[in-house]
Design a protein around this ligand. Structure first.
Ligand SMILES: Cc1cc2nc3c(=O)[nH]c(=O)nc-3n(C[C@H](O)[C@H](O)[C@H](O)COP(=O)(O)OP(=O)(O)OC[C@H]3O[C@@H](n4cnc5c(N)ncnc54)[C@H](O)[C@@H]3O)c2cc1C
Length: 409
């Protein structure tokens, strides 16, 4: 049996491990356009902020491909997938055939539409190569500009502040992390960043960059020039699926997969940021582009590819982060629209040093935001994952001494 894995990220490498565990004889080929060994992608933000050295990025020792008996094809981009002939074509025209395929191609940074993007010191933030170039650019930079208030933009701003730059963040949504948290939490987080020197501009976007070789200013859509000598673009990600024939494989935002992470084509699987599976909290298909889900999906896809029948329970958005003096945890569907009829329960808020918000669909807890009181976060996450009905009144749930583990069945 010949397995081909596209992508050497956490989903791809976990799948290779699972295939090897299940089948000592299988041939495994792994193609990736990155040459760097499998690494911790979230950690590039810690390399940027200086809390981790670049050398800590790799997840395994250099001989990982040898240990797993995987043939790596690195620095090679898949450009076409031929479903009928069960083969892929690489950019240099090489063909690789397969019996079973895993698409673990992750996601690309969403491209900004603006002029002057070819100036020096304008970066995206997705790969080890990006952070290496950012660090070189930071050396003599003073004025950072971050586009986007999502997780990556937010981590970029934090990193540049920590490196001593003056930083302006441009966000369209009104407050940072608006995909993860509600407005109250967003303001608490924003205030923490403002207290540490961040400048935030909301409701504006960049139309272009100007400079002489190197970026010197951004031009905003209101015509205002904004001086900057280093720019990081963090406007979200899109599954990296250029090579997928959409008339042959079901694709929504990501590759649509079933409970066994198989795509609409038998023998072709998808995992990680490239895959769209059932979201436990929302109960619809969703791309939850987060590390632990990519890791879990890679493992489950690999087990299924090796011939076991392993069900994937669905994905759940979650994140824990430290923002200066704030511990922030988000789980599930924590920021639903006002017209969705979900029940919200909260305590604490701005200037109170803590905040807790729970989101319910009927009796089912579907989301939570916790700031500075995250000790019970693990139990709250388990309640969301298990879809445990909660019949306790909101007021009781919000009392400081309430023990959530009493609700676990
Ligand atoms: C700055 C940053 C901070 C993050 N912070 C967090 C966090 O705090 N918590 C969290 O849970 N998640 C975080 N994430 C997200 C997390 O890193 C991703 O969810 C995870 O890495 C996805 O793994 P993956 O294996 O699916 O894809 P990837 O890690 O993207 O790997 C896919 C690989 O496939 C390659 N590839 C793509 N297309 C092709 C092709 N056509 N041919 C050949 N190779 C191809 C890519 O180059 C890449 O090497 C962060 C991400 C970034 C960038």
């Amino acid at each position: 049996m010949k397995h081909l894995i596209i992508g050497n990220g956490i989903a791809g490498i976990n799948a290779a491990q699972a295939i090897r565990n299940g089948d000592a004889e299988a041939e495994i080929v792994m193609v990736s356009d990155e040459r760097f060994p499998p690494y911790s992608r979230p950690m590039i933000s810690q390399v940027l902020d200086g809390s981790q050295p670049h050398e800590k990025l790799p997840l395994y020792s250099e001989d990982i491909y040898k240990v797993l008996q995987v043939r790596p094809v690195l620095g090679a981009r898949v450009t076409d997938l031929d479903v009928d002939n069960r083969s892929v074509r690489l950019a240099d025209d090489t063909r690789i055939d397969f019996d079973r395929l895993l698409i673990a191609s992750g996601a690309d940074a969403r491209k900004l539409q603006a002029g002057g993007l070819d100036l020096e010191n304008i970066f995206y933030m997705r790969t080890e190569a990006h952070v290496r170039r950012q660090l070189a650019g930071i050396a003599d930079a003073k004025q950072g500009l971050v586009l986007g208030g999502g997780l990556v933009g937010f981590k970029a701003a934090y990193g540049l502040l920590k490196r001593g730059l003056k930083v302006t963040m441009l966000i369209t949504s009104g407050y940072p992390l608006s995909m993860q948290v509600d407005e109250v939490a967003g303001r608490i987080i924003m205030n923490e960043l403002l207290a540490h020197g961040l400048t935030v501009k909301v409701g504006v976007s960049v139309t272009g960059f100007e400079g002489n070789g190197r970026v010197a200013r951004a031009v905003l859509d209101n015509g205002e020039p904004l001086p900057c000598d280093l720019v990081i673009i963090g406007k979200g990600v899109r599954p990296s699926l250029d090579f997928i024939p959409r008339d042959r494989i079901d694709v929504d935002l990501g590759i649509v997969v079933d409970d066994f992470l198989q795509s609409s084509v038998p023998g072709i699987y998808a995992a990680g940021d490239a895959a769209e599976s059932i979201d436990i909290a929302r109960q619809v298909r969703w791309v939850n582009a987060i590390w632990p889900e990519a890791a879990a999906q890679g493992r489950v896809a690999g087990q299924n590819m090796a011939g076991r029948r392993v069900r994937y329970p669905g994905s759940l958005s979650r994140n824990v982060m430290r923002v200066y003096d704030l511990d922030v945890m988000t789980v599930g569907y924590a920021n639903p629209g006002k017209d969705e009829g979900l029940r919200l329960v909260s305590t604490g808020g701005e200037n109170q040093g803590y905040y807790r918000r729970l989101v319910f669909r009927d009796e089912i807890l579907v989301g939570a935001v916790l700031i500075n009181e995250i000790e019970q976060g693990g139990v709250i996450r388990a309640l969301i994952e298990n879809r445990t009905p909660v019949q306790v009144p909101g007021k009781v749930l919000m009392s400081p001494s309430f023990n959530f583990s009493k609700l676990l069945k």
